[in-house]
Design a protein around this ligand. Structure first.
Ligand code: ATP
Ligand code: MG
Length: 356
């Protein structure tokens, strides 16, 4: 089968910390569903260490240590390395060459308009300190990652939509100038708003490793409970239980929107049959924040306890993790080298092919 007719998935994560609930609901859960559906020809997960170094170049130890942490997180949520190829960006030199060629197809003005990069520049203080060129251009390297794997299905959170848009523009321009070579990708994002961009426990727009407002998949029960009880705000006008409350801009309800299904009511809060009924009660007055938080903690515990248990098993078998990565890298190297060769042929950077 030609790679253009195949269903190929690529996703990735920056090894800047352990993975959190935002990753789980925005991307990891979907990856496991895709893996188990058996409908896809290839599923690849790229650990984007080179990208992570663009804003952590002065702390390589952090990136190095988190590669293993991230693989532990993948395995604990149910990613099966026999069905999914897990590989490391820096081990795939074709990605660097592709990035270099694609840089020509993007203007600096276009890169400056990327809303996610703009927000990240502010957040990381680069607006004052000076912006590393590598960080500014990382959307181009993401285009290299996606196209190198011939990926057409990219399951991501909402913050990644501008990157996929940028990739689509690069693919279109490349194919127009050099002839039909690259595969056009499509982003797949969760349906529900809270799942597309899970807020931090502090209410900031996005749970993010770099903001330190996370519930990590490996956090223990006490930590999760303290984060929900101590950090999550509800409605500041909902002072007495009998007061009417707001469910919008209420972090506890944003998390319930993301994680609660009807089955949890039957199990833990049978007075309601679904989240809408519970929300109506809160809006009317008479439902306390303590009950809502307790319910959320139970749901999170039900999701996290099997993940934690699985992680424990893999933590005692780190050698196998290195084997998984070595195997993933060698498979990915073959795929990405082939794409680079196609790209170089299309760009006529194949000087020695016609000599004999
Ligand atoms: P960093 O702060 O280092 O950028 P991050 O927490 O944003 O880390 P990434 O590794 O950049 O995590 O993101 C990996 C994937 O997880 C992407 O597809 C991204 O869209 C998704 N993701 C990250 N945070 C969230 C979130 N809060 N809600 C939904 N999806 C998310
Ligand atoms: Mg990010």
């Amino acid at each position: 089968m030609n790679s253009k007719n195949k269903k190929i998935v690529l996703t990735g994560d920056r090894p800047t910390g352990r993975l959190h609930l935002g990753h789980y609901i925005g991307s990891l859960k979907r990856r496991v569903e895709l893996q188990n559906s058996g409908e896809f020809d290839e599923i690849n997960i790229l650990i984007a260490d080179d990208q992570a170094l663009t804003d952590n170049y002065d702390n390589p130890e952090k990136i190095r240590k988190n590669i293993i942490n991230i693989v532990l997180d993948y395995l604990s949520v149910g990613i099966n390395p026999e069905k999914v190829n897990i590989c490391i960006q820096s081990c795939l030199p074709a990605l660097h060459s592709l990035t270099f060629y694609y840089m020509n197809l993007v203007t600096t003005a276009r890169l400056s308009r990327n809303p996610t990069v703009k927000a990240e520049i502010q957040m990381r203080g680069f607006a004052n300190e000076g912006l590393p060129a590598g960080f500014f251009a990382y959307p181009v390297s993401q285009a290299a990652d996606i196209t190198a794997f011939n990926a057409n299905i990219i399951p991501v959170g909402e913050d990644q939509l501008p990157m996929i848009e940028q990739t689509r523009e690069i693919v279109e321009k490349f194919n127009k100038i050099y002839g039909e070579t690259l595969v056009m990708p499509v982003a797949v994002i969760p349906k529900n708003e809270s799942q597309r961009r899970l807020p931090g426990v502090d209410g900031k727009a996005k749970m993010s490793k770099s903001l330190g407002n996370c519930i990590y998949l490996s956090d223990d029960y006490e930590t999760v409970k303290n984060q929900v009880n101590g950090k999550m705000f509800t409605d500041p006008m909902h002072l007495k239980i009998s007061d009417p409350g707001h469910t919008e801009n209420n972090i506890v309800f944003a998390y319930l929107d993301a994680f609660c299904t009807d089955e949890y009511f039957a199990e833990y809060l049978p007075e309601y049959s679904n989240l809408e009924e519970m929300k109506e009660h809160y809006r009317r007055g008479g439902l306390g924040d303590g009950v809502c938080k307790k319910f959320l903690i139970k749901i999170l515990e039900e999701i996290l306890s099997p993940i934690r248990a699985e992680r424990k098993k893999w933590e005692s078998d780190i050698n196998t993790i290195y084997d998984i990565l070595a195997h993933g890298n060698s498979k990915a190297r073959k795929i990405t080298d082939e794409t680079l060769e196609k790209v170089k042929n299309a760009m006529q950077i194949n000087y020695f092919n016609n000599l004999y």
